[in-house]
Design a protein around this ligand. Structure first.
Ligand code: NAD
Ligand code: PRE
Length: 369
């Protein structure tokens, strides 16, 4: 099914990322959000044009020619069903999907509200960031990532085809699964890990400056997602409460056993190492089962790492070189080495530009490892 026009409702991180990906593939994208400021920012980032057709004053449905082929509802889980109802009331699109991180509850709520389930196929891209809003959006966010779709029995083949085409245009891999199975699965691979990350990160709130000065990559890896918006995550976790609670109970059990084993070890009971070893080995086995664990997210950009001194003007000089050689910087990430006057700037550039930029920087004396 061809998607010529897509309406994105909720132009935050996920909505704007999908919009940017669709724009790159030549799709016309209409943008809406209850906050006009984020719509404007998304538009300025090149994600599409502001949706003008919020329905006629008398509440009559939109003309067939004004309808989008697909509407993507990218708002917090608790607002999905009410948005769907309102969009369907004005006939905003031929087909509808949402991208919420939980699936059973929004579908159930949509059925309760009397939404048309034939034109709606719920979905969920398994890609995101710990940052919210259109400013954090990236066109390549979904590349190579799983994207779940949960068609109900009522769903028309046309609606499913529209969502499959959306997933394809965003470069993601479709995974069809029932809403209940989806929610149980993401409790294990996303929602419980998030709470575990928050619990570890919470220990850092009153850690000493000495401890924080010794923070390496390990704690950053384990706690990155704990930096996410608590309001959004409260909505996600409460929408999948029982499955997440079940996984957390098992994790809490393992942690309690590990703590007891360490107490016993501290008191001289050498046999307690067996229990710890078993947990660490089960951890290795679980980690090894994550598909593509060495690949990380696919990216359409090359990255160039440059060592920079922690002094005023260094980044400006670096960008000056990019300007001189005509290389557009798509993204920048800075890593600071605590206590050292150095850091690494990681520049994302078009694949062809990576080698050229590396040469240009080295010629000018920059350290590009
Ligand atoms: N953050 C992630 O990593 C991630 C990943 C996959 C899916 N999701 C899901 O995507 C959805 C959006 O999350 P996000 O991270 O983009 O959040 P976000 O906070 O960046 O964006 C959400 C946007 O929705 C808007 N909004 C809220 N209620 C609205 C309503 N009733 N009508 C119109 N706009 C409304 C907000 O103004 C905001 O701009 C959520 O359902 C979330 O569960 C998030
Ligand atoms: O990588 C991140 O920062 C995420 O937020 C990603 C992540 C995940 O757990 O994989 C988080 C929640 C979403 O529903 C989908 C993806």
């Amino acid at each position: 099914m061809e998607l010529r026009t897509v309406l994105v409702v909720g132009t935050g991180l996920i909505g704007t990322s999908a919009a940017l990906a669709l724009r790159k593939r030549g799709v016309r994208v209409l943008l809406a959000d209850r906050d006009q400021g984020v719509v404007r920012l998304a538009r300025e980032l090149g994600a599409g044009e502001e949706w003008q057709s919020g329905g006629s004053a008398d509440g009559a449905p939109l003309a067939e020619s004004d309808r989008a082929d697909l509407a993507i509802i990218a708002v917090p889980p608790a607002h999905v069903a009410t948005e769907l109802l309102e969009l369907q009331r004005i006939g905003a699109a031929r087909c509808y999907t949402d991208v919420a991180s939980v699936k059973a509850e929004p579908i159930h709520r949509a059925a309760q509200l009397g939404c048309d389930l034939s034109s709606y196929v719920a979905s969920h891209p398994l890609a995101g960031r710990e940052k919210s809003g259109p400013g954090a959006a990236r066109a390549d966010l979904f590349l190579g990532r799983p994207w779940a779709l949960c068609p109900t029995e009522e769903a028309d083949p046309e609606a499913k085809a529209a969502v499959l085409r959306l997933i394809e245009l965003c470069g993601a891999n479709p995974v069809e699964v029932s809403a209940v199975d989806h929610d149980r699965a993401v409790a294990v691979v996303s929602h419980a890990p998030h709470v575990a990350a928050s619990a570890v990160a919470a220990r850092l709130a009153d850690a000493t400056d000495v401890a924080l000065g010794l923070a390496g990559q390990g704690v950053r890896d384990v706690t990155r997602i704990a930096g996410s918006d608590p309001g959004l995550w409260l909505g996600i976790l409460s929408g999948n409460a029982s499955p997440v609670a079940e996984v957390l109970e098992a994790v809490a059990h393992d942690l309690a056993d590990a703590a007891s084993a360490l107490r016993a070890l501290a008191e001289g009971d050498g046999t307690a190492t067996n229990e710890l070893t078993q947990l660490l080995k089960r951890g290795v086995a679980g980690h090894d089962r994550i598909p593509g664990k060495h690949g990380g997210p696919a990216s359409e950009y090359a990255t160039v790492q440059v060592v920079i001194g922690d002094r005023p003007g260094q980044l400006a000089r670096l960008f000056q070189v990019c300007d001189e050689v005509g290389v557009n910087v798509e993204d920048v990430r800075l890593e600071h080495a605590p206590g050292l006057p150095l850091g690494i700037a990681e520049l994302s550039v078009e694949p062809d530009a990576g080698i050229e930029l590396t040469h240009a920087l080295r010629e000018r004396g920059w350290q590009v490892p």
